[in-house]
Design a protein around this ligand. Structure first.
Ligand SMILES: [Zn+2]
Length: 153
């Protein structure tokens, strides 16, 4: 743990209630006129506070959505899936250890025990656990994005 005595959970504080309570309907509405990739949209802290790069990639993988898709093109049902996976990924990150909440803390992707649960993040060139395809990496919204070309569309 990197927390100093008396400092409380300052990193947890950055996880606004928005991210842990990500709502498909709200995200759907907020994304309609945005001309940005869904990955960039998720990283916009004004949209959803607390979703770091790692967790955005992991939630997108679990929801089967490619990070480069336009946010405005996602269907309502896809936002529901994505919101659910964001909540799950963040909840899991909290459960597996406090040093892993934000990739701001560990830009190299070393994020405590959560790194054992990564399915795509920093796994470029490795085999997808679901289908065996090679995980790809692409820069989107100035951030590394990792995805499976077969499982995500
Ligand atoms: Zn796959």
């Amino acid at each position: 743990m990197l927390l100093e005595p008396g400092r409380g959970h300052s990193r947890l504080d950055r996880l606004g209630p928005d991210a842990l309570e990500a709502d498909g309907e709200a995200l759907f509405r907020a994304s309609r006129k945005r001309r940005v990739p869904v990955k960039g949209f998720l990283l916009d802290q004004a949209v959803l506070a607390g979703v770091g790069n790692i967790y955005a990639d992991e939630a997108l993988f679990r929801a089967g959505i490619r990070p480069g898709r336009g946010a405005a093109r996602l269907r309502r049902g896809e936002w529901d899936s994505l919101a659910l996976e964001i909540r799950r990924v963040l909840q899991r990150a909290i459960e597996t250890g406090g040093s892993s909440i934000s990739d701001y803390v560990s830009p190299d992707g070393r994020d405590g025990s959560y790194q054992d649960e990564r399915r795509v993040y920093a796994r470029q060139g490795e085999a997808c656990y679901v289908c065996g395809s090679s995980i790809r990496r692409r820069v989107i919204a100035q951030r590394s994005s990792h995805y499976c070309p077969a499982c995500q569309s």
